[in-house]
Ligand binder design. Structure first.
Ligand code: HMG
Length: 408
């Protein structure tokens, strides 16, 4: 029997026990560090800010089940993803279509009088650049990563940019990239006597792309005679209207960002990369698309994901370690695959709800719980308050407080 059956109906303790039995939960990682610890992590530390972390079970990717930790403050995100993941699991799960993983660094030179000559000069120094990169970070090269390729581009306004393509293995690699960029930049200033404006990684990660697909038989869905067409139209509409497309992509990132936050990844880098990639053609486009063909809905997500499983805060924050334990993923490529599948599931959940019942029905049921909590409901009366709010159709704080007072 599926250990995660009706997972959301269990108590918190029961959920922890289910994870524990599968060796996916470690109490020793589930604690809050003290102020002294956090004071060393950021500047001007005052206090911590808690975000709830849940688990979305049974995301089936290339035949492997993942139980996905998600840190989010938004009700219905985990429910929606669970709903979609369950439907897609019944249809064979997600399939990884392609994946690559290299990072990009930029060294931007300014005020270049003769850009063509400068470009040739930098290209002719290519061998030395590889050597400088190696010396700047021998460890990453020794494990098979490091500088892989370079190219020089002449930009407008007398800028010339050297792009370095760097394999950072399982780290997101910001420090590795920037270390190599600074060394190569210094070397080129000495060699060419030209001026550097800046040296920094790029968050438009076009060489860290992952493509994941799924295929859903419409007979498994409500409104099966027209759901395929409706979901396809929702996808087409997102491609012609940036106002809708931003919301479509936001829905995808609901899931991905929650996983990134839980695992200690840089959520801002992930978001910047996703939206910049969505606009790479000059027209802002959906990151996930759907088409309907002969009784099946075909979903595809293509998204850059600059993730890591080692380095940065993820080796420091205990909850990030706990999230990685729950997920059971130890390499960056697998994390990319899982995150993309989660994004596609999240998008399907939203489009399915939007084109059938509307978003409010499911959302309000879950939103009612946080309103009831805000109003002061507790374990013994929260279900009564939630049911009342749904029944009267006013999911407001005032109504919850008023009703709670009648219970007292
Ligand atoms: P439903 O059909 O009423 O659900 O949908 P159900 O009660 O029949 O349950 C179906 C399955 O959903 C369950 O299967 C669970 O897997 C899961 P079961 O185990 O019962 O066989 N499920 C839950 N999982 C965890 N906690 C729960 C829970 N309830 C059901 N409490 C549902 C209800 C909320 C799932 C559905 O309405 C839905 O998917 N809605 C979409 C939710 C969503 O997308 N939320 C994101 C926030 S809105 C937003 O920011 C993005 C958006 O703007 C993006 C866009 O516009 O594209 C929408």
């Amino acid at each position: 029997m599926d250990s995660f059956s009706r997972f959301y109906k269990k108590t918190v303790e029961e959920r922890k026990n289910i994870l524990k039995e599968l060796s996916l939960y470690d109490e020793s990682l589930d604690y809050v560090e003290d102020d002294n610890f956090f004071n060393h992590i950021i500047e001007n530390f005052v206090t911590t800010y808690e975000v709830p972390m849940g688990v979305m079970p049974n995301l089936l990717v290339d035949g492997i089940y993942y139980h996905v930790p998600m840190a989010t403050e938004e009700p219905s995100v985990i429910a929606g993803a669970s709903h979609a993941a369950k439907i897609i699991e019944r249809n064979g799960g997600f399939k990884v279509e392609s994946i690559n993983r290299e990072m990009i660094g930029q060294i931007i030179f300014r005020d270049i009088i003769n850009p063509i000559e400068f470009k040739q000069q930098v290209e002719s120094l290519s061998e030395n650049i590889f050597k400088v990169a190696y010396d700047a970070h021998p460890q990453i090269h020794q494990i098979g990563g490091g500088l892989k390729r370079l190219s020089v581009e002449i930009k407008s306004k007398q800028f010339v940019t050297l792009y370095l393509i760097i394999d950072t293995k399982d780290a997101m690699g910001a420090n590795t990239i920037n270390t190599i960029l600074e060394a190569v930049g210094n070397f080129l200033v000495l060699e060419t006597q030209e001026k550097v404006l800046m040296r920094i990684l790029s968050n438009l990660a076009i060489y860290s792309l992952v493509e994941v697909s799924c295929k859903i038989n419409v007979t498994h869905l409500k409104n099966s005679n027209e759901i395929g067409t409706l979901i396809e139209e929702a996808s087409i509409y997102a491609s012609i209207d940036p106002f809708r497309c931003a919301t479509h992509n936001k829905g995808i990132m609901n899931g991905i960002t929650a996983l990134m936050l839980a695992t200690g990844n840089d959520t801002r880098a992930i978001e910047a990369s996703a939206h910049a990639y969505a606009a790479i053609t000059g027209s802002y486009q959906p990151l996930a698309t759907w088409r309907y063909e002969e009784g099946y809905i075909h979903g595809l997500i293509k998204i850059p994901l600059q993730v890591g499983t080692v380095g940065g805060s993820m080796n420091v924050l205990p909850k990030a370690k706990l999230a990685r334990k729950i997920l059971g993923v130890h390499d960056a490529k697998t994390l990319m695959k899982v995150a993309a599948a989660l994004g596609l599931a999240q998008n399907f959940a939203a489009l399915y709800a939007l084109t059938t019942d509307g978003i409010n029905k499911g959302h309000m049921k879950l939103h009612a719980r946080s309103v009831a909590l805000q109003a002061g409901a507790n374990e013994s009366n929260i279900d009564i308050v939630v049911n009342h709010l749904i029944e009267v159709g006013h999911v407001t704080l005032d109504e919850a407080i008023k009703f709670l007072n009648t219970l007292k």
